[in-house]
Structure formats: C-alpha cells, structure tokens
Design a protein around this ligand. Sequence first.
Ligand code: NAP
Length: 719
Amino acid sequence: MKTAVETVPSYVLDAWWMPDAGAPATDARDASTGEVLARVSAEGLDLAAVVEHARTVGQEELGRLTMHGRALKLRELAGYLNGRREELYAVSAQTGATRGDSMVDIDGGIGVLFTFSSKGRRELPNSNVVVEGPVEPLSKDGSFIGEHIYTRIPGADVQVNAFNFPVWGMLEKFAPAFLAGVPTIVKPATPGMHLAAAAVRAMVDSGILPPGSLQLVAGSARDLLDQLDYRDMVSFTGSAATAALLRAHPNVSGGGVRFTAETDSLNAAILGPDAMPGTPEFEAFIRSVVTEMTVKAGQKCTAIRRAIVPDGLRGAVIDAVGARINERVVVGDPRTEGVTMGALASLEQLADVRAAVEAMLAAGGELAHGTLAAPGVPDAAGPGSGVGRGAFMSPVLLDWPDAEAAAVHTLEAFGPVCGVLGFSTHDGGASEAVRLAALGAGSLVATVCSNDPDFVREVVTGIAARHGRVLVLNREDARTSTGHGSPVPHLVHGGPGRAGGGEELGGIRSVKHHMQRTAIQGSPNMLTAVTGVWHEGADRRIAGEAEFGGVAGEVHPFRKSLAELRIGDAFASGLRPVSLEDITAFAESTGDTFYAHTDPVAAAKNPFFPGIVAHGYLLVSWAAGLFVEPAPGPVLANYGLEKLRFLTPVAAGDSIRVTLTAKEISPRVTDDYGEVRWDTVINNQNGDVVASYDVLTLVEKEDTLYKSRGRRATVPRPP
Ligand code: NAP
C-alpha cells in the first residue's frame, strides 16, 4: 500500500510547523526516478511572526554569547553533523547527486562551520564589538580620538537559496551570520527542499543552537521580503533574473533592506599557449573542464562554461575532453554501482538546459561531443522502475568557431555543458584571452593553466577586476589545488557584474557583511569603555616607579589572574642606563656586529644615528627584564610581540624605561587561561618614545593552575 506523501515541515518560532492538509503544494520528486518524495508548501505561514521572532528572541539569545562562544557552538555543531552525514547522503542521492557530489555539499558545508569556528576564535575578539583599523588622533592633546567599530545588524539574515547545494548553500551563509550574532531565516529552493529540511532537522536535534537563531521556511514564501526593513538583510543565491526581481522589491530599493546576490556566471578556464598537449598544464586543464562539466551534473554556479584556448589547440582540447568523458563518465541513478554523473535536479531543469543548448546551437555553437538525446542509463531497478522519468543528460561540449558569438558569453546552460573558444596567439595571446574572458561581464571564478609567469601575470592582472577568484594551475599545484569549482571559506566567493556583486564567503570579511561599521569619536576613556580595548590616554592604575606614575599599593599586573586583571592595569619601571660596554657585549654575544653598534666612524655617517647606538633587540630584551615579575604566578608564557617599531635611537649614556598596560583581555572559553595583550612603550630619559609594541601573554583565569598542580599536566597552546 502506498503511504501518503508527507509535506516538508517548516521550522519556525522554535517549533516544527505544517500547512493545512488541503493547502496548495508543489511536489518534490526523486531526480532519477521521478517518484514524488514530498510536498512543499509554506501556505498560511505567518511570515511576519517568523521575522519578528528572529529580531527579538534570536537576537537576544545570540547576544548572550560572545563571538568566541558562538564560534565554539559552530564547532560543536559541525562535529554533531559529521555524525549524521550518512542519512543526509541518502536524502542527497534523491536530488540526483552522486556520493562525491553529496560530499561537496554536505562535508563541504560542515567544513565551512569548522573553518569559521577556528577563524572566529583566532581573528575576532571574545566580545561583541570588533575594532577595525588604527585610532585616528583628532585633537592635538589626544583628548579626542576616532576609530571604526563593527556591531551586528539588529535584524535577521534571510537566505534565499538556489537548488544546487541545499546544505553547503545554507551553511556557507549561516556560519558567518551566526558568528556575527545575526539570526538566520533560510528559504531553500523548492527542488532539494527536503534535503535542506533534513539538514535543519539535524541542526535542531543537536540542541546546540540558541532559540531563534535558525528558522526554516519550507516553501516558496513569495511575500517574505514584504516583512523586512532596514534592520534585516537578504542573502540571495540564484539566477540573475530572480536577483533583479528581488532587488526591485520596494523594501530593498527604498526601504533599506541590505541585499547581496550571488547569481549565474559564465566562468572561464584559460589555457596558456605554452601548455601544449603532454604538458602537466594541458592535463590539468582537461581534468578541470571535465570535472566542472560533470560534478553535480554541471549544476554549479562556479562550473567552467567557457574553455578559452589558443586557436591552434582547439581540436586537441576537444579530442582530449571527449576522450576523458568517454573514459570516465557514466550517467545514471547515483545509487547505481559505477555511476559517476547523476541526474539534473528535475525534469524542468533538464528542459531548461536543453533549451539553452539548442539556443546556442542556433547561434553558432557546434556539437563537438555528446548529444541532446536521452543518454543510455543503467537501470539498476530493472525495466519499469521509473528511471525513464529521470532528469538525465549527457555531457555536451560545444565548439565555437566564432569566439565572439554573443550566445556563448551570455547564455547560461546550468548543466553539464561547456563551450570551447579559440584565441589568436600572434601577440603572445594574453591580451586576446583577457578580452574574451571579459565578455562574460563579471564572473565568480576563472582558471588559468600555464607555466609561463609572464602570460599568467598578464592574464591574472587583466581579468582580476572582473572576477571574485582566480585559480592559477601549473605543474607545481595541479595535484594539490582544491580545484576551479570549489570556493574555500577563507577566500572570497562571489563576483562582480553578472555574478551578482556579492561576497558570501571571504573569511572574517563575510562575518562583517552581517555587521554595521560605525565611526566612533570621543575621549580615550569613552572609547575604552565602548570597545573593551584600552586606548592610549585612558585612565590606568599604575604599579611601579612613583616618578613615572606608579602608585603605592598597586599590585604588579603580572601578579593578577584574569579574574582580577582589568584593562588599564599597568606597570612603570625605573630608568636603566645604557653603556658602550653593554652594546659591545651584546654585539659580541649575539654576533650582530652591524657597524652602527660597533664602528663609531661609520656609525656617525649613518643619516639616522648620532654615532654608535644600542641594538633594538637589546632594548626589547632589557624592557622584559624591567617589567618582569620573576616568581611563579598567573602569567604562564609570553607568546610573541606585535607591531614592534623602533622610533628613537639610543646611544651610550642614554637611559631607558618601560611602561606596560593591559590593553585587551581575552579569556578562552575552553581553557583555564586566556590571552592578554599589553601595550608596551619604551621611553628614554627625556620621555621620547624609543620603541612601541604589543606584548602577547597567556594568563591563568584563576591563580591556581601552577599552585594546585605544581607542574602543569597540559601545555597551554598559544593561539
Ligand atoms: P532561481 O530560480 O533564481 O531561484 C533561486 C531562489 O529564489 C529559489 O529559492 C527560489 O525559490 C527563489 N525565488 C524565485 N523566484 C522568486 C520570487 N519571485 N520571489 C522570491 N523568491 C524567489 O535559481 P535556481 O534555479 O534555484 O538556481 C539556479 C541558478 O542559480 C543558476 O543561474 C546558477 O548560476 C545560480 N547559482 C548561483 C550561485 C552563486 O553562488 N553565484 C550558486 C548557485 C546557483 P523557489 O524554488 O521556491 O522558486
């Protein structure tokens, strides 16, 4: 007996929601068999309440955590989803995806969570205010300064996603939004909705997500944008036509809703004239073209649509691509043994791709490999199994005798289709290749295969402004490269012009897309209060030498654990004289006998020095001796210096002193210690700044680790 087809539920207001039984719905079908798997509908869903829930409950709950707290949750979530991959692969196979395709989608999405977790903890503060750039002095006496800060936007990030990567497409946007502290409302595309919903179910089951931080609208929800205002943002992925439609929505065009789009893109792969058949670069080019035509049956926004090759190599490229397809590609139901390329997402998608290819054939493209006829498909389930209703298509390679034909530079066939176009090499070829690539009017990615540095430089600098990412493949990285079609979370994914102008990935930059940059002006004390970072000129509690601000009774900050330490806690040393013997001894013991430290005549001729001067590293070492608190205590280690500048030379007879101020305190969420950044200034006897830098230390949260264990069992890891 056939069981009733279930409707894919939405997850809203922290609960699962279903439309009324009789509500109009769209069928979600198995891409290979045509079997109806589920129904998709969000008819009757109160979208205003969904958005309000994100703005209130989601914002509040995410705001209870710091950036590091949220980063850790991303790691936990990634670990949890790793354990549920098999069940997601099974659902993914229903969308036509092979095991390899599913791994790109599911493992790739989980990988994005891991990457943002570790980048967030390494590159963002353990707070909710991100300071950007240097402090700008705005008054002569230092009482009025300015800088930029980022804080999260106050609304929701509404994802409108394409059908091709239901999991990765969601997680690549979710991770940076979550890290920023912005709740997500995800509206996946109708095909693949059941896979996106299965992934959301796993995320909800994990119990890791704070209330309101993720909601799923499992239906078309055409009026979702009606609910949004200037507090919210839309992260769109899909066709250029839909992007244009949504951009024109009054809440976007006039209401201040932030809108980013990742749209279609006619990505190029360019073969250098040096990359003759038989070279590793030629091989890498052929491999890339075939991979991009067949992974996910070519339904990838990053897929290579235009293979731009030296005119004389067109035939060789077509033959090699055709041979590799014949050798490796078996089209069919991805659940069948031996199949290497699955179905397109739906019969509608298949019809669209075929129509695009027919339009290209009519516009001058010539069929060089493959056919538009339905491919022979291994029918594991036997005759009558329904495989005939699958959205199968052979890989199609088109040859373009006229490389300027408009259709190859404007029509996207979102399937296993690529065109080959030739460029003249009479002037080296680079400028011609650049000109053809530019006809795509802005793309997500291009690959250049060449081992000629001049060709590579000319092409990359020529096309970079029209691309979000450029991959250069030669014999050195062809085997280790992550490939043309795989965006990595550390680097930009997005592109100008036709590609939509967005940037959904790009390391911490993509977190900041969910935040507002604000210029803050005020006194050092007020900017310290706002940012949690000590600013020069703000109040301090100084221990140490009374002559230089030390106050009797103040405890040396190195004796304070993180529980006691406050930003602005400082130490001022007394003066230490510098003698020629000290400089000579340092030169001899280190071997740094640079003439400015050893030869008075030569040193006097140096435009920067008055004569023999002390080594900068001698001064930095002495400064450590001046500020250190030698007995065991809460400071566990010094793990580096940053921003070191030597500003005033120190000669024999001068003296130096050091002032150290706790500038930024970052307790680690998972460890018994955290990082403290110390603003450090070395002055001479006249008060001139000799050197300035940040000292980085690891400090215990409570002053107990050392005392309680004597010797620590675990060695703290520097960041
Ligand atoms: P699409 O038809 O533009 O649909 C994209 C999303 O927009 C779907 O969730 C769709 O929902 C929704 N949508 C469509 N019309 C809408 C409307 N009037 N109001 C509100 N939402 C609307 O694109 P697709 O067919 O899913 O994806 C294929 C395209 O996406 C290709 O052109 C491909 O190049 C592009 N793509 C780009 C990237 C990238 O990163 N640049 C990535 C993947 C795909 P329904 O499904 O409910 O209609």
